[in-house]
Design a protein around this ligand. Structure first.
Ligand SMILES: [Zn+2]
Ligand SMILES: [Zn+2]
Ligand SMILES: [Zn+2]
Length: 340
């Protein structure tokens, strides 16, 4: 029987449609069809990576401590959605339409200088460097008072919107708080007012107790499939300790986060034949760090099912793989210690 579930944070409704249940093998065709073909010779990011960054630029990426080799790089996007050299202005038309000038920042992070490296293949030290580079973006954009929010995301493979094969993440710094974050903040604040507890901390407690949607844990990080997962194999990566932003996250937690990345992206590659995916890092807005009611997390969405007319028209998602089933498949073995 199908079930209509409500997400406690976003209040999004999801139809978990067991009748349409699919096994991982039903999805592998979509993964195989979306191979990236770009060679390193033609890769603009490989060319950029070969040029040394400006000396003493603290924002260029992360250099290896021992031989001072760059292992990640940060570059401005050549075709930016928002630009920093514009002044912030508001406009109104007919007292009805509102707009802001397109001020902000759009950056590309080269997660690795190796053109073909996937997250599942990266060494833990490389994943850690990538995550430390993510953290630098918040420190960087905090200095620009026009910026309210920094969203870091990764599109992997064409079907997930990637136009370049080179392993990269993107950063968009905007003068507005994106509506999805705004909604999460509003609901989380409401929950905190009523229960004096962070809604995400509550969710972590529940998932650890129920265990049916639990995929992986280490001392600092938990991975689970959310109760009202919108997409097949959608997962959340979240720190166990209450942390609202990446700026306040310590090195040990980032190290454990790199291990969680290694586990999850290796499992997705094994189980779903290296599927296309998007992930998004949700943190508190730049100007309100340390919020007691908001908790940073990463939403990972393998692109196995296309949202279509019903999803666009209703805002309700139909998910043919229950999060319990997805978690069971992604947890290594039933008796494996990684989920205990
Ligand atoms: Zn490349
Ligand atoms: Zn919390
Ligand atoms: Zn979120």
């Amino acid at each position: 029987m199908s079930e209509i579930r409500k997400d406690p944070i976003s209040h999004t409704w999801v139809i978990i449609s067991i009748e349409r249940a699919k096994r991982p093998s039903d999805y592998t065709k979509a993964s195989a069809e979306n191979e990236n073909g770009q060679l390193s010779e033609n890769c603009p990011l490989c060319k950029e990576a070969a040029i040394p960054p400006p000396p003493n630029d603290p924002w260029s990426g992360i250099a290896k401590e021992r031989n001072n080799q760059w292992v990640t790089r940060v570059l401005p996007n050549k075709f930016p959605a928002l630009k920093p050299d514009v002044s912030l202005a508001q406009k109104e038309e007919n007292g009805f339409y509102h707009s802001l000038s397109g001020v902000g920042g759009h950056e590309i992070i080269l997660d690795s200088l190796n053109h073909t490296e996937t997250l599942s293949q990266m060494k833990l030290s490389q994943l850690e460097a990538m995550l430390l580079t993510y953290q630098t973006r918040f420190f960087r954009w905090k200095l620009d008072h026009r910026i309210s929010y920094v969203l870091i995301f990764r599109n992997y493979k064409k079907a997930a919107g990637a136009s370049l094969s080179h392993p990269h993440s993107q950063v968009i710094a905007s003068p507005i708080i994106p509506p999805r974050i705004f909604e999460e903040l509003r609901e989380a604040k409401e929950y905190y007012k009523l229960h004096r507890e962070c809604i995400f901390c509550r969710m972590i407690r529940d998932e650890l107790k129920l265990r049916v949607r639990l995929i992986y844990q280490n001392p600092s990080i938990l991975i689970f499939s959310p109760y009202a997962a919108r997409f097949p194999f959608e997962t959340y990566i979240i720190p166990k300790k209450h942390l609202a932003s990446l700026e306040e996250t310590d090195k040990k937690t980032l190290k454990d986060l790199s291990k969680a990345f290694k586990f999850l992206f290796s499992r997705l590659a094994e189980v779903l034949s290296d599927p296309p995916y998007n992930y998004m890092l949700h943190v508190s807005p730049l100007k309100t760090p340390g919020l007691l009611y908001y908790h940073w997390h990463i939403e990972v969405i393998p692109r196995l099912a296309m949202p279509a007319g019903y999803e666009f028209g209703s805002g309700i998602f139909i998910n043919p793989t229950s999060p319990e089933e997805a978690a069971k498949i992604l947890r290594k073995k039933e008796n494996d210690s990684s989920a205990t």
